[in-house]
Design a protein around this ligand. Structure first.
Ligand SMILES: NC(=O)c1ccc[n+]([C@@H]2O[C@H](COP(=O)([O-])OP(=O)(O)OC[C@H]3O[C@@H](n4cnc5c(N)ncnc54)[C@H](O)[C@@H]3O)[C@@H](O)[C@H]2O)c1
Length: 293
């Protein structure tokens, strides 16, 4: 465990928030996970429990470690429960207005020296920091999905982030046995600046009829040695998140090469958000995923 940080608050019990809570608890931190929706918290804790049980089954963790990890996590729909956290990592929906509202309600609750971090995939850390009461103690800690599996975490300073905050965040992330890469505060940082235009191009390839879902994913798996096809990966990330990132790239860099594919927009408008909603470029409601085009 990092020396200064002992307790971790997580805002948002979605796929990322739960992953961050899980790895933090497994590394010995006390974790409080908050979401607006008690149902999401309950579902999130069940997911964490299932993931930890799988790690026991795979011999990566003992039954005692699983129990101890689980006992270190509590869920709450009351923001006041984040009052004792040394660091709070916000992993709520990728929507700037949602995040800004969260900071204005959570900041008065936090300890004055608590670090506030965001797991945003694309939004400006400097701009988000300005919606908090502590821009010098605010930074981007960008975990990858799925958090328990992916080694990388991008660290992003805002213009005002102080060195002590950066060092504490780096020590915290290192204690989770993750590797760090440092990115400057530009739209979508490093990984998504490169990954999302590739995914968007795969959706254009589908939209223009160059190939089917299956053809495109097979082409990139076998032809470029990607472990997942780009459309499968888009479903995994969440199509709403993919669209938000493309919009941030398009708006932030003002280059038409980042124009979100209209087919991506249509899927999001339909509520077909990928795995998390049961349907995206694949339909996950049956035994095996079936391409939707
Ligand atoms: N999905 C990915 O692959 C990925 C990877 C890295 C980073 N991220 C980032 O992580 C964040 C979360 O993404 P996700 O995929 O977990 O999304 P998700 O849709 O699975 O979860 C978002 C959660 O935020 C909650 N939420 C919404 N408004 C809230 C509020 N006001 N207060 C508290 N909780 C609120 C929702 O109830 C939901 O449980 C986003 O910023 C996203 O860009 C996502």
């Amino acid at each position: 465990m990092g020396s200064e940080i002992k307790s971790v608050g997580v805002i948002g019990a979605g796929q990322m928030g739960c992953g961050i809570a899980q790895v933090s608890a497994a590394s010995g931190y006390q974790v409080q996970i908050y979401d607006l929706s008690p149902d999401r918290i309950e579902a999130g804790l069940a997911t964490i429990n299932g993931n930890l049980a799988r790690q026991v089954a795979n011999g990566k963790m003992s039954e005692e470690q699983r129990k101890a990890s689980l006992a270190r996590i509590s869920g709450s729909a009351d923001l006041n429960d984040l009052a004792s956290a040394d660091i709070v990592i916000e992993a709520a929906t990728e929507d700037e207005s949602v995040k800004r509202k969260i900071y204005s309600s959570v900041c008065p609750v936090l300890k004055p020296d608590a670090i506030l971090a965001t797991n945003t995939s694309s939004l400006s850390i400097t701009r988000l920091a300005s919606a908090s009461d502590r821009p010098e103690k605010f930074m981007g800690i960008h975990f990858m999905n799925p958090v328990p599996v992916m080694k990388l975490v991008e660290l992003v300073r805002g213009i005002a982030t102080d060195e002590a905050t950066f060092k504490s965040a780096r020590a915290f992330v290192t204690s989770l046995e993750k590797e760090i890469t440092v990115a400057e505060d530009f739209p979508a940082f490093i990984v998504n600046r490169i990954l999302l235009p590739m995914i968007n191009e795969a959706i254009y390839t589908l939209y223009e009829g160059v190939g089917s879902v299956d053809a495109i994913d097979t082409a990139m798996k076998l032809g470029a040695n990607h472990p997942m096809g780009p459309l499968q990966l888009a479903d995994f990330i969440g199509l709403d998140t993919c669209l938000s990132i493309m919009q941030v790239l398009h708006d932030g860099l003002a280059d038409s090469k980042y124009r979100p594919c209209p087919l991506l927009v249509k899927y999001v408008e339909a509520g077909w958000l990928g795995r998390k909603s049961g349907r995206g470029f694949y339909d996950y409601r049956g035994e095996v995923p079936v391409p939707t085009r």
